[in-house]
Write a new protein. Sequence first.
Length: 232
Amino acid sequence: MSLNRRPPAGNTRRVAAIGHNLRGVMTNKAGRLVQFESFLERVLLLRLDRDRTVKDFGSQPETFRFSDEHGKQRAYTPDFIVWRDNESVEIHEVTLASRRARPTSCLREAAAVTVCQQRGWRYVVHTERDLPCGTEVANLLALFHYRPVAYADTAVIQAALTCLADGQPVTLDQIIFRLTTEWRLLQSSVVSTLYHLLWRGRLEADLHQPLFVRGVPDTSVTLWLAPKEATQ
């Protein structure tokens, strides 16, 4: 979708160019077009899309209108709305930590908290201090490539979950060896499916350690079954 066209359905406005900010559109796991207008927002979308408790999320959901201390009317459009699988709703805002102390930011946050409390929602503010960075972001961007269900080989998924059912961590090299020798599965399908499971949150790894070195999978990386998967 071109950024010069109308915003996606459900968005109150189109994202704007602010300096040299990163802006764009992605399709989330529910098939919804979601806008972002900074690298930090893009990082949050990676986290939300991978979070198994998040059912759906959208961008620029609505405009909150409120009065400041002088009675002047103000308007604030938060960045994202999030729907979780427990039916709860959240409004998410992404900003820089240095901006949160500004009077205008404090005012709009207070207004947003009031609106969310009235609706039984939750208001969440993210900054560069709590969002993924560095190696973790590099890993998420690499895993995003394996998000499509085309990488979900049913036979590999069944075998991998069976091998990890005891809850013991294994290295990528170890599980590749087991699935290719004991289960006689193709290595290419094994590797891509394992990364797909990592993206989907069915498997876990320490994302603060590189999953790839010069574009090649680091087979010393340790994997384990996600707790939610183990209880199913």
